[in-house]
Design a binder for this molecule. Sequence first.
Ligand SMILES: [Zn+2]
Length: 333
Amino acid sequence: MTATPEQALEQAALAGIHRFAIPTPFAVGRVNCYLIEDEPLTLVDTGPNSGKALDELTARLGERGHSIDDLELIVVTHQHIDHLGLVEILVEHSGAEVAALDAAAQRLAAFQEDAEREDEFAVEVMRRNGIPEDVTVALRSVSRSFRGWGSHVAVTRPLKDGATLDLRDRSLEVLHRPGHSPSDTVFWDAERQILIVADHLLPKISSNPLIARPLDGSSRRTQALVTYIESLRKTREMPAEIVLPGHGEPITDHVGLIDSRLAGHDRRKEKIHRLIAERPRTAYELAQALWGNVAVTQAYLTLSEVLGHADLLVNEGRVREADDGAVIRYEAI
Ligand SMILES: [Zn+2]
């Protein structure tokens, strides 16, 4: 019998894993951090760098009889600021070790410079895909204003894909599952069949496969959705009872949820194919045809969605990129 989300939270708590839903200033709402009461005392993700987030985290820890100073290990699931913004402050107070995927460590350490380069990359992607200059400029200033909620992260325990993170009472297998971001890492407790996934799989919304620079820091445009679907298929095969996401309630039927996400991507791909078959269009024109004029802050998300599905169509040989030197248009084959 499938457990309800409430039962799943209780079961996780019995296994020493406590969910703290920490406020963020972002549209996504609260972010889930997970306290693992083990040795070392471990916090998976921290919430954004804000007084409000710090106050709530302090209060939730207090309810469990802990203070921030007690934290011994902080695990970072991926590079997004709503998940890691408090790392620096928490480490200052507690001296906790910081664990994250080894391949992401360099970029996490150089957060400010890296964010600047990520923005430059995004501007180039937007320009090449037909997004008007004024939207690009506005989006860049929004991104700069968000940066204060982030933090540089000094990783002291780099984790290899496939390695195990051993606590006193449990072993967590470290699995790289890129797609939503290049650094997405999930943590698998095989004994308890509990999987901590952060934003790799979310219950209410499809995880946006954001177009981002690869972990090596180069400015290659990778195929985020293609990568994401490969990652989802791997997760689908895991015998997880409880999946703990980065936002929202626990997932107790990850196979059903992943199947519906895959079907959703398939439908969207076909819709985009029909639009391209009508006439060649830029990714920006495709996004407008699908969603109209969205808020500036959504422009890069919708562009990433379109590019992801266009990549699938290119790989299937149904669509090709026509580059006139200024912008890329997709045309049907
Ligand atoms: Zn994320």
